[in-house]
Design a protein around this ligand. Sequence first.
Ligand SMILES: NC(=O)c1ccc[n+]([C@@H]2O[C@H](COP(=O)([O-])OP(=O)(O)OC[C@H]3O[C@@H](n4cnc5c(N)ncnc54)[C@H](OP(=O)(O)O)[C@@H]3O)[C@@H](O)[C@H]2O)c1
Length: 247
Amino acid sequence: MTKNALVIGANGGIGNEVLRQLVQDEHYETVFSVARSALVGNHANNSKVQHKSMDTADEGEVKSYVDELRSAGKKLDLVICTTGILHQKGEGETPLKPEKRLEDMNSAQLAEYFRINSILPAIWLQHLVKVVAKEKAAIVFLSARVGSITDNSLGGWYGYRASKAALNMLLKTASIEYKRRAANTSLMCYHPGTVDTGLSKPFQANVKPEKLFTPEFTVSQLLSITAELDAEESPFYLDWQGHTIPW
Ligand SMILES: NC(=O)c1ccc[n+]([C@@H]2O[C@H](COP(=O)([O-])OP(=O)(O)OC[C@H]3O[C@@H](n4cnc5c(N)ncnc54)[C@H](OP(=O)(O)O)[C@@H]3O)[C@@H](O)[C@H]2O)c1
């Protein structure tokens, strides 16, 4: 029981469940978590959890956080980044609604998709290379099948698709450098299926009940798939069944 994990975006529907399952996993001694606010859920007070409220999209805050881990001699065996946006209309937020047609695109919306779905992961990839465990580690980003350029036959959702495709490209590019600097690290983009969380709520009407997964299901798939990754074959773009998605 000596492993350390980090969950980025620990208050999301999927992120909070990742945290819950890792806390229950006896292989993990410490589960670090970061989110924009105090941690929610019963496991928030578990002694294995070390939570920090911070802006997970802020370059300076991410650097300081990872530098603190490094100064404390911490090494991460597993990192799961569960942040991502599809729609929003909250106070102080850039309004987001997935585009149905060319006329729906606007630069503020596109910039916000890229800021959270692509640039936030890039910043973490940049810094995490300093703190991954040398012997074996995995860094997972929640992506989506709609980020596959090859698989795009439906169109629409310009900003979300493009920002997830950019995430995939950033991870694939980083994987080449990780092979030199942290060779035993597996990098993965994960498609969780359609999961019953706030993110998918407005789009669940046409999803068959058996195709709408619980966070419990997709996270247990994610953790068992991650445990089997071989860094020699990194990077990965896998779905909830462990099947490869074309980039
Ligand atoms: N649900 C699905 O059906 C589905 C399908 C395909 C892919 N995904 C992907 O899975 C991931 C998790 O989604 P979810 O279903 O758990 O959604 P969710 O419940 O809406 O959670 C949203 C996550 O994004 C973070 N976030 C939102 N706005 C942010 C901002 N301005 N700055 C920093 N972080 C922000 C939240 O961070 P805090 O913890 O700090 O609040 C939280 O971790 C996303 O990347 C999503 O694209 C989901």
